[in-house]
Design a protein around this ligand. Structure first.
Ligand SMILES: [Zn+2]
Length: 151
């Protein structure tokens, strides 16, 4: 099914998630859209407290997810782009942007679910922390890197 059809469905399911609960019915719906492994991995990240909502004193917020080998930065409000979220992990680049086999990676799914469940770890963030986050989000470009989606 094309991405444009799956995304509104994913949004509707994620938006139906209430604070502190993830019902079996919601899990069943998520299974229709995401591989079981991805859902389990996302819920595991939430259970471990690895989803951080970084908030500055002036109200700016960013999401970061602590993966097994690195910390990934998750952007959740990129509308009106075709894919209105992003993650700095390799799986997002390959499975979502290049191959198109997945609509999101486990970090993005974990961020959305934990946001709806109000279970992300709130982390006060200063200017230095924010600079480090931005460096992860916008790494120095590699010369001749092929733009995802470019022909
Ligand atoms: Zn990711």
């Amino acid at each position: 099914m094309p991405f444009e059809h799956l995304l509104p469905l994913a949004n509707a399911i994620i938006n139906s998630i209430g604070p502190d609960t993830l019902s079996d019915a919601t899990l069943e719906k998520l299974r229709a859209l995401f591989p079981e492994k991805l859902i389990i991995a996302a819920l595991d990240l939430i259970d471990r407290g690895n989803v951080f909502h970084c908030i500055t004193s002036w109200g700016h917020s960013e999401y970061e997810v602590l993966g097994s080998t690195a910390t990934y930065s998750v952007l959740v409000d990129l509308e009106p782009t075709r894919i209105p979220y992003s993650c700095t992990c390799p799986a997002f680049a390959y499975s979502v942007l290049m191959a198109g086999t997945h609509i999101m990676c486990k970090h993005v799914l974990a961020t959305f679910i934990s946001h709806k469940m109000n279970s992300s770890i709130k982390r006060p963030t200063n200017v230095d922390d924010l600079a480090a986050i931005f460096t992860r989000q916008f790494p120095i470009p590699v010369p001749n890197a092929r733009e995802p989606g470019a022909s």
